[in-house]
Design a binder for this molecule. Structure first.
Ligand SMILES: *Cc1c(COP(=O)(O)O)cnc(C)c1O
Length: 429
């Protein structure tokens, strides 16, 4: 594989940008590679500056559920751009996307658009604290909620991959108000929430974890979480930045039939442009400025291009049969991958919910952060390099999801399976 131009760009980038990248996992360190620089992407393929084309299972880390450069999304962006790219004022597209989001996501009565998932989660906990007048945020080990100070405690993929516990620069005073407990452990959850010495404002959870690799909630986990938070008047926040419009139009809350008080969205609702959103019960959302006293603002919030790209994406996913087809294709792909792994006798555990999945190089079930960390990340690195050399673009970390998009045909998926079979054989040599 020719990589001269990527290598040259990486050298330039390292002198100008910390680590040569604008987001840490992109540096590909944990899989022992240097990053490839992308020049373009279309459908389920991505092409680097040296002209190598790969089948893409990263999907920009989740947004590209339709695949790249979908014609309807591009048309919407192009048409909207002709009328200007930012107004710093209200525009009809915001109302249209808000209508779509409130109609699709069962627990959202009102929504506020921001420019990233990080802003959405950060604003949601501010709101929960403002609403309850309490301080403590409970999160789960291995869940990632963006890079705001309060969340950088056992924070999933990027942080796991770098092997650092939290982050310097985050004051103890802030982290003291964040409690991180094991995912899928109802006993610890109940004990924590009922602890009278704690002043819990909210619990934030990825209803399907995607940032320690994919980990599904155990049956009953989300229901118990909902019942306890309701009983104790604690705000329950679902971080559906990945799962929103990924598992179903109404996200994981529709999929599992459990409704939170607040929901964070991002990724898919921006159709590949920078966006985030938080929304929920009218009573709580009415506390947001200027209707209420909890301040939150944004120069580019509700950006017309992002709204247009999001609207075009939602229009496509709302067509009849979209999720049935995507989830069915993904189920077939996951099942075939499991068969291949079984034939090769490489110990693996495949976790899949809908079109998001992770093949852990672990013999035992992966149900939380501790069991995810038992996966063989070095073996993943070897698998990653073998797949890349064969034309498959996977996430450069064991602790990430692979995403199937609407643009992946059965032939594309079969191509990935054939290569995985070869790669697993080499892993056993
Ligand atoms: C990606 C992600 C975020 C952060 O979104 P950004 O747009 O990267 O700031 C938050 N929560 C979850 C679950 C995510 O996957």
């Amino acid at each position: 594989m020719k990589t001269e131009l990527s290598a040259q760009l990486f050298t330039q980038a390292k002198a100008l940008i910390p680590g040569g990248v604008h987001s840490p996992v992109r540096a590909c360190r944990s899989v022992g590679c240097d990053p490839l620089f992308v020049s373009k992407a279309s459908g389920c393929t991505i092409t680097d500056v040296d002209g190598n084309t790969f089948l893409d299972f990263v999907g920009s880390w989740g947004p590209m559920i339709l695949g790249h450069a979908h014609p309807e999304v591009l048309d919407a962006i192009r048409q909207t751009a002709l009328d200007g790219t930012s107004f710093g004022a209200s525009s009809p597209l915001e109302v249209e996307l808000a209508t779509q989001v409130c109609a699709a996501v069962p627990s959202i009565d009102m929504v506020r658009f921001v420019s990233s998932g990080t802003e959405a989660t950060m604003s949601a906990i501010r709101l929960a604290r403002g609403y309850t007048g309490r301080k403590v945020v409970v999160k789960f080990d291995g869940c990632y909620h963006g890079h705001a100070d309060s969340f950088l405690v056992k924070a999933g993929s990027g942080v796991i991959t770098l092997g650092i516990p939290g982050s310097p620069g985050v004051p103890d005073d802030i982290v003291r108000n964040t409690l991180s407990i094991p995912y899928n452990d109802v006993a610890v959850l109940e004990q924590t929430l009922r602890d009278p010495s704690l002043d819990v404002a909210c619990v934030i959870v990825e209803p399907v974890a995607g940032n320690m690799g994919v980990v599904a909630p155990k049956p009953g986990f989300l229901r118990v979480l909902r019942e306890l938070t309701r009983e104790l008047d604690i705000v329950l926040i679902f971080d559906e930045v990945i799962t929103g419009f990924r598992l179903a139009p109404g996200g994981a809350q529709e999929h599992f039939g459990i409704l939170p008080d607040l929901t964070c969205l991002g990724k898919i609702i921006g159709g590949g442009l920078p966006v985030g959103a938080y929304g929920g019960r009218r009573e709580i959302m009415s506390m947001v400025a200027p209707e209420g006293p909890v301040y939150q603002a944004g120069t580019l919030s509700g950006n017309p291009l992002a709204m247009a790209a999001g609207l075009a994406t939602l229009r496509v996913v709302r067509r009849p049969g979209f999720y049935e087809e995507l989830n069915e294709k993904s189920a077939w792909f996951g099942a075939e991958l499991e068969k291949i792994a079984a034939r090769s006798s490489v110990p693996t555990t495949l976790n899949r919910v809908g079109s998001m999945m992770t093949c852990f190089f672990a013999a035992d079930p992966v149900v939380d952060y501790a069991s995810a960390l038992r996966a063989d990340a070095a073996r993943y690195g070897q698998h990653y390099r073998q797949m890349l050399a064969g034309g498959i673009w996977l996430a450069p970390s064991q602790f990430e999801a692979a995403f199937v998009s609407a643009a992946h045909s059965r032939q594309h998926l079969q191509q990935a399976l054939d290569l995985a079979e070869l790669s697993f054989k080499k892993l056993m040599d």
